[in-house]
Design a protein around this ligand. Structure first.
Ligand SMILES: Cc1cc2nc3c(=O)[nH]c(=O)nc-3n(C[C@H](O)[C@H](O)[C@H](O)COP(=O)(O)OP(=O)(O)OC[C@H]3O[C@@H](n4cnc5c(N)ncnc54)[C@H](O)[C@@H]3O)c2cc1C
Ligand code: FES
Length: 292
């Protein structure tokens, strides 16, 4: 049996105590939680869009969640914002928490979206709950971009009722030089927008802003087809960045739970370029995803 050495700074791997300070429902099964850290954690304040934390609830274990709002995107330092879909034991227990409840937060972990390029025309493509991990990337670019840099956001939800981050969507819709494309797979009474899947709109969204790069998050099938559509629309594979999702335990590259072929999603990703993913045959599995 091989022995794995603990990280150099073992204390840094322990959860930071935090409390739920605010929450609001996004959709029937999705809620945004704002956590207040008990003491300042500079690494969390400096975290980048696409990075994630391991959230722990006493008696319920730990799971990975992407930082949905960050100081670089306008969030208050000392807070951690997570948008969570209720799918199982830990998320169920989190939804049962009241304001004031104690939780633990390890991180930030992983490689996020590229930090440069705020002045390049960019397309964000999100499916379902995958809009949450892109929120901080979008807000950070809108704050940092030079005036006139066009940004497109393409968001697909299952139904009108499952659309999340509606306040952010409404805010982005009225920003200058932002093109927002929304679609739902199944329309409902009162929905006057598009019906269909996001992939059908990729070429139009690329053309609308002359996109030179793209960032994607969503269920695996959507990621596979949208990344291929972006490449077909002329974007270089190295300019398409995809946030992957796998079951995680350690979050730090030690346990091997999150392997995709020869890469650890937690420490080599979770954000990979499409060029990197083309070399990983299992990149877009499994078929189900918490981001659906
Ligand atoms: C880097 C990363 C970032 C994430 N960010 C978010 C986020 O911002 N918001 C959010 O809601 N979730 C996010 N997730 C997913 C979240 O970690 C899982 O949904 C987690 O397993 C929930 O724990 P649970 O105990 O409630 O459910 P579990 O009991 O662990 O899962 C319940 C069911 O959900 C499905 N499922 C859960 N996770 C996965 C998975 N990774 N792959 C395939 N199927 C799965 C399975 O069908 C499973 O049976 C992220 C995951 C990763 C790896
Ligand atoms: S979660 Fe342990 S190696 Fe990635």
């Amino acid at each position: 049996m091989s022995v794995v050495a603990p990280p150099d700074d073992f204390a840094a791997a322990l959860p930071h105590p935090a409390r739920v300070v605010a929450m609001h429902d996004e959709a029937e099964d999705t809620r945004t939680f704002v956590l207040g850290l008990a003491t300042p954690v500079p690494a969390l304040d400096a975290a980048r869009p696409g990075q994630f934390v391991m959230l722990s609830l006493l008696g319920h274990g730990e799971a990975a969640f992407t930082l949905a709002h960050l100081p670089c995107a306008g969030a208050a330092p000392g807070t951690v914002t997570l948008t969570v879909r209720r799918v199982g034991a830990l998320t169920g227990a989190f939804f049962a928490c009241e304001v004031g409840a104690s939780v633990g937060v390890r991180g930030p972990f992983g490689r996020g979206f590229p930090q440069d390029g705020a002045d390049r025309p960019t397309l964000y493509v999100a499916g379902g709950c995958g809009l949450a991990p892109l929120r901080s990337a979008i807000d950070a670019q809108l704050r940092a971009r030079a005036a006139g840099t066009p940004v497109a956001i393409l968001y697909g939800a299952r139904t009108p009722g499952s659309r999340i981050l509606r306040a952010s969507l409404a805010g982005w819709r009225v920003q200058p030089d932002v093109a927002l494309f929304e679609t739902v797979e199944e329309a409902a009474p009162g929905w006057h927008g598009r019906t269909g899947v996001v992939t059908e709109l990729v070429a139009a969204a690329v053309a609308a802003v002359g996109a030179e790069r793209a960032a994607l998050c969503g269920p695996p099938g959507m990621l596979r087809s949208a990344a291929a559509a972006l490449a077909a629309a002329g974007l270089a594979p190295g300019a398409i960045h995809v946030a992957l999702e796998r079951y995680m335990k350690c979050g730090t590259g030690l346990c091997g739970h999150c392997y995709v072929n020869d890469r650890d999603v937690c420490s080599d990703g979770p954000v990979f370029s499409y060029g990197e993913l083309l070399a990983l045959p299992d990149a877009f599995g499994p078929a189900d995803s918490a981001f659906g």
